[in-house]
Design a protein. Structure first.
Ligand SMILES: *Cc1c(COP(=O)(O)O)cnc(C)c1O
Length: 419
């Protein structure tokens, strides 16, 4: 190949077509017909130069928005010095990130990987090993909730209490059992029934707020009772903090909204501000992993950890938790105002900090995807959380003015949909 043909290789944005994309990329996603080229703060621009307010943030991931100077600096520094070595050696950035996370959570120790599903796989393995070696269970069972979401690997689609993610992928992984969310009687009943069948519960795995399952906050009394049951029986409490952790709710961790501490928790999405990284953290009493038990080639490399540490420090130095609480309140009150204006379309607005959901009437023909498409026309990116809930997960640095602009655009979108 001559240099000339290399130059002409069709990789520039102008030659890119979505039809070609669909020819070469597996169709695992239903995509909106939008090609984004650039981002700055809470705004992104498409290939036509149109601006959008990004209230998706890579699905609760880009906590510092786009092109944040702290991320640019950390990425640049790390890629110029050392980006990957392997866990054959001590990785300074990994140790520093683990220390930050431990100092800002209830956990004592961390394991690093690359995604939420991988973090949950680690939590499942740790709970099973604890079940076998400490609780002396032959068939340890992990309880999870209906409408939960824990990832797309085989073990995590099994953990996910939604049949639509499991359909066609059997045989699933054994050792999971499902209970309704926020229902303590059902949980107690399931534990007793499993005990009776000689299938004892090793862990209960829950989201503090179900994100994917429709932005449903956990009930404080329920979680406190779950904690009591775990304390009494030795069952581990695993909390999936992949979507609600890292400041999203106005606290570092979703569990802080519920007044409980998990024994194991997982993080990903917001942890790297958009750089792929996941983590599984636990209290020292249940850290039963030995060398050789678990691993990940990319997990905890200097690049991902250096950037994640910069994200953590920036959120902390900019006092982001208070900002998230204030802006979250402002967004919810604006959305509630819209709900009052459109009582036939909107049933409820709910959420914590900057993860909020707007639930549409079950009887109305309108779906969350309809609202997302109409909002996109008005210049705001939103993401569905199931068929009837529209999710709002902007960057944590979102300003009052940006929220007001988004609310006006959503009001225009709702007015076009209600006619
Ligand atoms: C997104 C998500 C996951 C899966 O994370 P991936 O990085 O996509 O593997 C797991 N749990 C929860 C609660 C999530 O929101």
């Amino acid at each position: 190949m001559t240099p000339e043909t290399l130059v002409k290789t069709p990789s520039t944005p102008s030659s890119f077509t979505t039809a070609e994309f669909d020819e070469y990329v597996m169709k695992t996603y239903g995509r909106f017909p939008l090609v984004l080229e650039r981002g700055q703060g809470c705004r992104v621009w498409d290939d036509q130069g149109r601006a959008y307010l990004d209230f998706v943030a890579g699905i609760a991931t880009c906590t510092l928005g786009h092109a944040h100077p702290a991320i640019v600096a950390a990425v640049t520094e790390q890629i110029q010095t050392l980006h990957h070595v392997s866990n054959l050696y001590y990785v300074r950035q990994q140790g520093e990130l683990a220390k930050w996370l431990v100092n800002h959570s209830c956990a004592d120790r961390a394991f690093f990987c690359n995604s939420g599903a991988e973090a949950n796989e680690g939590a499942i393995k740790l709970a099973r090993k604890y079940g076998h070696t400490v609780l002396k269970l032959e068939n340890p069972v992990i309880l999870t909730a209906h409408a939960s979401f824990h990832g797309r690997t085989l073990a995590t689609i099994t953990a996910t209490g939604q049949p639509k993610y499991q359909k066609d992928f059997s045989p699933l992984v054994p050792g999971f059992h499902y209970v309704p969310y926020n229902d303590i009687a059902a949980l107690e009943c399931a534990i007793a029934e499993l005990d009776h069948d000689q299938r004892h519960v090793a862990a209960i795995m829950l989201e503090g707020l179900q994100g994917e399952g429709g932005v449903r906050p956990g009930d404080r009394a329920y979680f406190q009772r779950v904690r009591e049951i775990c304390d009494k029986t030795g069952i581990l409490l695993i909390m999936d903090e992949v979507q609600v952790g890292m400041g999203r709710t106005g606290y570092w961790w979703g569990y802080e909204n519920l007044g409980v501490e998990p024994d194991i928790f997982t993080s990903a999405k917001g942890l790297g501000g958009g750089i792929p990284i996941g983590a599984m953290l636990c209290k020292s009493f249940c850290d039963v992993f030995q060398p050789g038990d678990h691993a990940s080639t990319f997990g905890g490399n200097p690049f991902a950890c250096g950037v994640a540490l910069a994200v953590c420090q920036t959120l902390e130095n900019e006092n982001i938790l208070t900002h998230v609480q204030v802006q979250g309140e402002h967004l919810r009150s604006g959305l509630r105002h819209l709900a009052e204006q459109y009582p036939t379309l909107i049933v409820e607005v709910r959420g914590w900090g900057l993860i909020n959901g707007m639930e549409l009437h079950a009887e109305a023909s309108l779906t969350s995807a309809d609202v997302v498409k109409a909002a996109m026309q008005e210049g705001v990116l939103l993401v569905p959380a199931g068929l009837k809930v529209v999710r709002f997960v902007p960057p944590l640095i979102v300003t009052t003015a940006e929220i007001d602009q988004a609310l006006h655009a959503i009001a225009r979108a709702l007015s076009t949909l209600s006619t």
